[in-house]
Design a protein around this ligand. Sequence first.
Ligand code: HEM
Length: 153
Amino acid sequence: MHDLTIARSLHVLCVVLWIGGVAMVTLVLVPGVTGEPDAFSRFESIERRFASQSKITVLLAGLSGFYMVWRLDLWARFAEPRFWWMHAMVAIWLIFTAVLFVLEPLVLHNWFRSSASRDPRGTMLLIQRFHWVLLALSLLTVVGAVAGSHGGF
Ligand code: HEM
């Protein structure tokens, strides 16, 4: 198989597992535990498993993405507004990379835990909003990337 076909397939496979998981957490897990007395602990113990998988899929999505940019010499696209979906892909990737590898382990974990002990309802609401925003931006990016890479814009 052609190296670009492998990179594209791996890229899409990782995006499916990663963003699909974000959809599952946002649409099923968070609403499912919200309102329960130990909502935050239940959310955290399940989300932790997804977060460790996501570290691998986010990393591979980024590597395969940058490989395609390098191999196809697509750097000039980043200077053109009509390739907004290329910027969106990199922006979403940077946000998740920062959250998973830096912010969650160093700041968010402890912050959410202490916030949940003071205000469990408010904390779950915040977590819900945070996931909704990330999911909406990610889905917009998926649509933009599929349409854009097939000449839709
Ligand atoms: C470092 C981050 C990323 C880079 C450098 C990157 C790069 C690329 C490149 C170069 C392509 C091929 C474009 C073309 O054929 O014209 C592509 C396709 C695609 N990317 Fe990304 N990407 C990244 C992250 C993401 C993220 C975060 C998502 C989803 C939220 C995503 C979803 C897609 C999709 C759905 C396609 C289209 C596949 C197809 O229909 O053939 N990418 N990406």
